[in-house]
Design a protein around this ligand. Structure first.
Ligand SMILES: Nc1ncnc2c1ncn2[C@@H]1O[C@H](COP(=O)(O)OP(=O)(O)O)[C@@H](O)[C@H]1O
Ligand SMILES: [Mg+2]
Length: 532
């Protein structure tokens, strides 16, 4: 039964006997977001339900599910936590931790931000992006409506990134299906990088551009390009943004900060920062950046480089022609979401700056009051895994499973935490606990190859066998046999027996390879003993 309220048609409904929808708290291009109560746990959550009209539209249910996959793969303090997902009367929904705060868009409707406060927010975003990109996920729709600020750790500006509906997963399960096939170009024109408009294969520099737009919007009060869609599309690809100091005067922000913003907004991605870390490092060197501290440490370990730069292939005119011809379509809602201000930034004096920023917080787990208990245990497991504290990880994993068996056993962050400290004592436990998580095998394979300790590699290998992943386990066994002192390792002796029985022609090739290399080092001698 649907309530007659057209604004919140599902308010009062109980979804899957668990989530009582209370009232609408937000709406975007694809869904309405309700404040809701998990009746069993008596906890407040947020439930995002796909718009009814979009259920029938090819691609939108997929987009929604992609959001669930993308978000459940990620765990980061600055990313909204996914608690559950389901389908209610053929409408998919996502259950999220409830964020008691406001969007950056709504904060900016009260006026632009002090430059140092803007930098503090941008540094948190870049920390989040560094994490996403390191996990092969590009957000693609980063904009002020998709960033919430909550109070946490004594700061009112604790960033939470929302809305992974447009996320592009570069590898693995859930890998992107082509939205463009259904006439949807991911993104929002006024926050879109030129290469998104040209529909070039996306890479993380799309999010760097969007961060540049966000910084500009925070510092200046409006996005660099505003107006009707066609005008914005044209400006995104061909008009340089007006430097903020020309609009605001020199006292509003330092020259260095302006340079960082302008570099992030370069039309050609080759000229932008290559990584979020690089941009964060540049921001920290600005006078505004030197006054704030965030948990984003100095440039971390080198990440996978972005794909080789590609120059923009179409002229501005050609791209605009495409847009006009209707090749580029955005869901109508997102066009409506453009900021109401359509006057140019230069003609509208920005409102007074907001008060000076509070010191940046250390990242904290999602607000405890908003998350079911298993999430709190997951947070502990993830934190302990970072410190390599195996016992603490497994203790927290057990507690999480006890408090929310179904969701915890399908949760990626929890599974990754367990696999990252796996040892042979816990292999069977991990396999039993996360067997239902489709990504467990991939995580085990990664662990077996990541330069982990031998004990871990062997546990991962055994885990694959327990999962019934025989073929992949054979490949892993070959790899392990090739790099370690096989004769000292009972697991690998057993692995070798398995391999001899394996019908896989790669095994034969492997044996032949070892022989033909003529290597004489100790471990090959061991292998040769095994090979006999
Ligand atoms: N977890 C949450 N807690 C509180 N409010 C939220 C939450 N998620 C979304 N919102 C609100 O709902 C709006 C739309 O959410 P979003 O996920 O961006 O939907 P869409 O994909 O339709 O754009 C946001 O701008 C925000 O105001
Ligand atoms: Mg949104």
């Amino acid at each position: 039964m649907v309530s007659p309220d057209p604004v919140a048609p599902l308010a009062g409904q109980l979804l899957d006997d668990r989530y009582e929808l209370l009232e609408v708290i937000g709406e975007g291009g694809v869904g309405k977001v309700y404040r809701a109560r998990h009746v069993g746990l008596d906890r407040i959550v947020a439930v995002k339900v796909l718009h009814e009209a979009l259920v029938e539209e090819a691609g939108f249910v997929g987009r929604f599910q992609r959001e669930a996959v993308a978000m459940s793969r990620l765990y980061h303090p600055h990313c909204v936590g996914v608690v559950d997902s389901g389908v209610y009367e053929s409408r998919p929904y996502l259950v999220l931790e409830f964020l008691p705060g406001q969007t950056l868009r709504s904060l900016l409707s009260q006026g632009r931000l002090d430059a140092a406060r803007a930098v503090q927010i941008a540094l948190q975003l870049l920390e989040t992006l560094d994490y996403f990109h390191g996990h092969h996920v590009i957000h693609r729709d980063l904009k002020s409506e998709n960033v919430m600020l909550v109070e946490s750790s004594g700061s009112k500006d604790f960033v939470k990134v929302l809305d992974f509906g447009m996320a592009k997963i570069l590898t693995g399960p859930g890998a992107d299906s082509q939205l463009s096939k259904i006439g949807i170009v991911p993104g929002t024109p006024s926050a879109m990088a030129p290469e998104q408009i040209y529909q070039l294969p996306p890479d993380p520099r799309i999010d760097i551009y969007a961060t540049g737009i966000l910084l500009y919007e925070m510092v200046v009060g409006t996005r660099p390009f505003v107006g009707d869609m066609q005008a914005v599309v044209k400006m995104q690809i061909s008009t340089p943004p007006k430097p903020p100091r020309q609009i605001l005067g020199q006292a509003a922000l330092s020259e260095e900060l302006e340079q960082v913003i302008m570099k992030a907004l370069e039309k050609d991605r080759v000229d932008r920062y290559g990584t979020a870390n690089e941009m964060a490092a540049a921001l920290r060197l600005t006078p505004e950046g030197r006054t704030v501290s965030t948990s984003l440490g100095p440039a971390g370990p080198a990440r996978r480089r972005a794909p080789h730069p590609r120059h923009l292939a179409l002229s501005a005119g050609a791209a605009l022609a495409l847009a006009v011809a209707g090749v580029l379509l955005w869901p109508k809602k997102e066009v409506h979401q453009e900021p109401a201000t359509t006057t140019s930034a230069s003609s509208t004096p920005p409102p007074a700056a907001a008060p000076a920023p509070a010191p940046a917080p250390e990242p904290a787990p999602p607000a405890a009051a908003a998350s079911p208990t298993w999430i709190e245990h997951r947070d502990k497991a993830v934190a302990a895994a970072k410190l390599g504290q195996g016992d603490a990880v497994f203790e927290a994993v057990e507690s999480a499973l006890r408090d929310g068996a179904a969701t915890a056993s399908a949760d990626n962050a929890l599974m990754q935490a367990a696999v990252s400290v796996i040892d042979r004592k816990h292999t069977a436990f991990v396999v039993k606990a996360f067997r239902s998580n489709a990504q467990l095998a991939a995580a085990l394979i990664e662990t077996s190859a990541q330069g982990a300790a031998a004990e871990q590699r062997h546990a991962a290998y055994e885990g694959l066998r327990m999962l019934g992943e025989e073929a992949r386990a054979d490949v892993v066994a070959m790899r392990i046999l090739d790099v370690e002192q096989a004769s000292t390792c009972p697991v690998m002796r057993a692995a070798w027996k398995q391999l001899r029985a394996a019908p896989d022609p790669r095994v034969k090739k492997f044996r032949a390879d070892l022989r033909s290399r003529g290597r004489k080092d100790a471990h090959v001698r061991c292998l040769k003993t095994l090979l006999r």
